[in-house]
Design a protein around this ligand. Structure first.
Ligand SMILES: *Cc1c(COP(=O)(O)O)cnc(C)c1O
Length: 476
């Protein structure tokens, strides 16, 4: 498709605005040396441009989007309605607190509900995404050890099934990474963990259920091993959708957590965003939280910085309107709806897994949580059809591919997360597509390398896109 700069021509701009009827002033000082490059298009050309752009991509409103670990659930429209209320949009974060009591109430109530769901004592809504939350949570861990003069704790333990952001965040905070292998069942290898902990352990980062979709049955033992060594335990909350309202990270022994509101709590995700990665902690870490905390006194709310705050990790209160959307979602579901959503997510994943495992071998043949991981190593070996080929074939059927080649401990991995918002009919259709692709692959393996054939673009040079991305339009 054409870029917006390639559409229209000089003088063809939008003509809806009336002509200027006040004297025009030309500012002398901050004058551009070159004319600004702006597209010259009419309003309907502009509208068509964005509509066409929208057709080039696949979103959760286009069809099934089982991107594992990302929880691409449907985002209810009522969330948008609440976030568009003028009381939330026509405010400024520097307004005096007495003029924005309702907004502060939103921050306070959302924090309280998220604390209740996770078993934490305090929360910040400031971080902009999960990875940003990891960075923030690790700053709390670092501040805790430093505040006790315990400066020899320089290492963060990360299992090999972890999301790449875990070691990256720990490195950014200045920690060294200790990688521990998973046991054969995909869970933490307890013996390897015991060997890894020591006087230099600052903490352990863990996702539970983990990235292979399994709830670690030894979680209480794991958190106590780290605590006994003097370390703290960090919960990567990206997979909370499987267990929200059923079990709480706080009760599993975690000290600090992040949540991804754009995953578990149904706010927009993936290009749309913006994201939000609240960080929760136990009371002994609350003094280090970033940003301002809502405090109630004599019936009035105000905002106060925690005593030993690490500072701010983002301006003001993070992505406030995203918080409004997540709050709306939680209130809509209520106490019964939250665990029901988690249980349905688990049910949907197990349903799909059991309808596919006779032809697509699963990496771990057990009851899964909200997602499952296929291992296509045999298919690759036998007929040279890879996980990538199957993923590309799904595109031709209007299905977004599952997460590919993650977690790294499973070869030729496809990680499927249907989520609770898909109906049985949609799951049955997707199952039929997966089965059809399997049959097509057996009949004509070579044709699979050509997929997709019906998408706006075919197979892209992914390495070049990652290494040499072209992110700017160059004008001649
Ligand atoms: C998505 C994800 C993250 C990172 O979260 P973002 O919000 O994308 O920054 C971290 N860990 C796991 C397991 C994830 O799935």
């Amino acid at each position: 498709m054409k870029l917006i700069f390639e559409r229209g021509k000089e003088g063809q701009a939008c003509t809806l605005m009336p002509a200027c009827d006040v004297p025009q002033v030309t500012l002398a000082a901050p004058k551009r040396e070159k004319k600004l490059h702006l597209p010259h298009v009419s309003e309907n050309e502009l509208s068509r441009h964005y509509t066409e752009l929208g057709k080039q991509v696949h979103g959760v409103n286009d069809g099934f989007y089982p991107l594992g670990s990302c929880t691409m659930k449907y985002n209810p429209k009522v969330n948008e309605k609440a976030a568009a209320l003028p009381g939330f949009t026509n405010v400024h974060p520097l307004q005096p607190a007495h003029t924005v009591q309702g907004c502060i109430e939103v921050l306070k109530q959302t924090q309280e509900m998220l604390c209740e769901i996770t078993g934490m004592d305090a929360m910040t809504l400031q971080p902009a995404a999960g990875a940003h939350g990891e960075f923030t949570g690790l700053l709390l861990i670092k501040s805790y050890h430093e505040s006790r003069g315990d400066v020899k704790r320089t290492k963060i333990i990360v299992p090999d099934s972890a999301h790449g952001t875990n070691p990256a965040s720990a490195t950014m905070v200045g920690y060294d990474i200790v990688n521990i292998p998973s046991a054969a069942d995909g869970c933490v290898d307890i013996e390897k963990l015991r060997e890894a902990v020591g006087e230099d352990t600052a903490g352990l980062m863990l996702t539970n259920p983990n990235t292979v979709g399994i709830f670690d049955k030894n979680i209480l033992e794991i958190t106590s091993i780290v605590h006994e060594a003097g370390g703290l335990v960090y919960y990567d909350g990206a997979n909370l959708n499987a267990v929200m309202g059923v079990v709480r990270p706080g009760d599993m022994g975690f000290d600090v957590i992040h949540l991804n509101l754009h995953k578990t709590f149904s706010t927009p995700h993936g290009g749309g965003g913006p994201g939000s990665g609240p960080v929760g902690c136990k009371s002994f870490l609350a003094q280090f939280l970033p940003g301002l905390q809502p405090v109630e006194k004599d019936g009035a709310l105000s905002l106060v910085a925690p005593e030993n705050s690490v500072g701010s990790v983002k301006a003001f209160h993070g992505n406030f309107l995203v918080v409004v959307k997540a709050m709306t979602y939680i209130l809509m579901l209520g106490k019964e709806g939250i665990p029901a959503a988690a249980k349905n997510a688990v049910l949907n994943a197990n349903y799909m897994m059991n309808k596919l495992k006779d032809i697509y071998p699963m990496a771990y043949d057990t009851v899964c949580m909200h997602e499952f991981v296929m291992c296509l190593e045999k298919m690759k070996h036998d007929i040279d059809v890879s996980a990538m080929d199957v993923a590309k074939a799904l595109l031709d059927y209007g299905i977004h591919p599952p997460t590919m080649y993650f977690p790294l401990i499973v070869h030729e991995a496809l990680m499927v997360e249907p989520t609770e918002t898909e109906s049985k009919e949609t799951l049955d259709e997707a199952i039929a597509v997966f089965r059809k692709i399997y049959e097509d692959a057996q009949a004509n393996p070579a044709a699979m390398h050509e997929c997709p054939v019906h998408t706006p673009v075919r197979r892209l040079d992914e390495v070049r896109a990652a290494r040499k991305p072209v992110l700017r339009y160059t004008f001649e």
